[in-house]
Design a binder for this molecule. Sequence first.
Ligand code: ADP
Ligand code: MG
Length: 273
Amino acid sequence: MTTDANIENRITLPTVPASLSGAVEVAPAAPLPTGALPAGEVVFSARGLTKTYGSGNVLVHALRDVDLDIYRGEFIVLLGASGSGKSTLLNILGGLDVPTSGEVRFGDRVLTEASESELTTYRREHVGFVFQFYNLIPSLTVRENLALVTEIAKDPMPIDEAIDRVGLMPRRDHFPAQLSGGEQQRVAIARAIVKRPAVLLCDEPTGALDYLTGKLVLEVIARINTELGTTAIVITHNAAIAGMADRVIYLGDGRIQKIETNSHKISPSELSW
Ligand code: ADP
Ligand code: MG
């Protein structure tokens, strides 16, 4: 249940989006007339987000006029058919891509006015990414894979703390090839959170995993969201995990079809699909 008290608690957690160096600071975006949820701090605010690929008469409309606010500490599940624009939306929020038109703010910073190097800084300091494939360096151990991040992060958590949070302490000196797919994905999650990002963006993190392993990975993401207050947005094809979210956003043909607010959040271990 996402009560106001929960939101209050989350607001006190130390994951304030810090400054996006160099980007222009401006007045907050006009609030969306949604009514439902939440009274917390807005982490992402998107207005009129449009992404079009191609040109002439071969245009692909990946996103069409998307308006969306994401609040601090939320667990968001993004659902939609293949090609509905989920990855495009996540990539734009994460500063990996830019929209054709529209505006995205991260806190009070306008990402859509940021230069490429400012977006690089934004990603490095504030965003943890988890993708379907783990992208670990095969010649480095678990700890060494995380060290690649902590060496350039501003205020990382201890490497062992991140590894412990995903339950892999006994495996910390192993190489990726010595780990199962689910374990490798948990390393990828540890690598994403070790820099204490404000947001954790996961694009089909269980896409390559079997049922039980996928569930375990989702449990880890849910626990990170709860324990660290990290705002999490998770893309999935699997409607059954929607019960884990504070809000479920349904995308279809580049538009938000509906947004559901869960009054009772299911813990990942209660899920069946
Ligand atoms: P989803 O993640 O929901 O499967 P995407 O956001 O990846 O959807 O893609 C939305 C639409 O945009 C699809 O029709 C896809 O083919 C198209 N698209 C995505 N990326 C590109 C690209 N780089 N060039 C051309 N079309 C793209
Ligand atoms: Mg996708």
